[in-house]
Design a protein around this ligand. Sequence first.
Ligand code: PLP
Length: 306
Amino acid sequence: MVQHANERVAYHNGEIKPESRVLVSFRDRGFKYGEAVFDTARTVRHKPFRLEEHIDRLFRSMRYLQIDSGLSREEMLSISHEVLERNLHLIAPDEDYWLFQRVSPGVVDPFLSDGEARPTVIVECTPLPLKARAPLYRDGVRVQIPATRRTPPDAVSPRAKTQNYINLQIADREVRAQDPQAWAILLDHDGNLAEGLGSNIFFVRDGGLFTPRARFVLPGISRETVIELAGEEGIAVHETDLDLFDAFTSDECFLTSTSLCMVPVASVNGRRIGEGGLPGPVTARLMEAYRRLLDFDFVAQYTDKL
Ligand code: PLP
């Protein structure tokens, strides 16, 4: 098969090859049962941000699902760096990549083979959707709470980043049927706010920061970053149960995610959050601290595409 001139390459089971040659068996357990994990870092000015933390989370997710990639943490890191290096010439200097690692147990079928495992490991990158998401920084995110609840930790722990996003996808579809631009934030089984398809949520009240407890959500690397920055800024952080009362009576609200870092929320279920413009003062202070940490204006990177 010929590689197209602008085709990205990806790592697949020991080899770096054109993406079109990364083929996964229909008997792969990742495809058959959704039994796979992944993680997603982003680059900032073409350098990965907190890649080690993402790889550590990937290894925790693998331990939870008892998947062995056959690679050490250091090997996964170095493969990730290499895949990135080999694709950087395909994006402009003002663009950046998502950098994904994906691992499944591979083809292990006790009825068809002797059960010998060969995991499927893929490392790939995809350009960040800067233009598509740029309006979020101008208008704020419209959050909608779907009726679909987040998978409870006693079924499948949301702390693992599994390749199985069905619960989050159904919630997103439910919300987008009402408002195609809205982002779903799911409630947990007790009616407390949990998280969205690729984001954690924060509220500001009386100058303090509030976010759902880590037991019920993916411990986002950007969530951790904001908690750290708040500590440095002397802003109190409360990891606690939060419901719609807390949302509707908050002064400010924002989402965190790898691609967006931090983005202000304009409304929850159509109800405007806060009284002033976006972002509110505490959110703006934290966004500024995030910019300083990255030494990069992540907001301008998006809004320049408007
Ligand atoms: N929650 C879920 C379910 C996610 O998929 C993500 C994205 O990775 C997040 C939260 C945010 O995590 P991070 O800040 O590491 O991107």
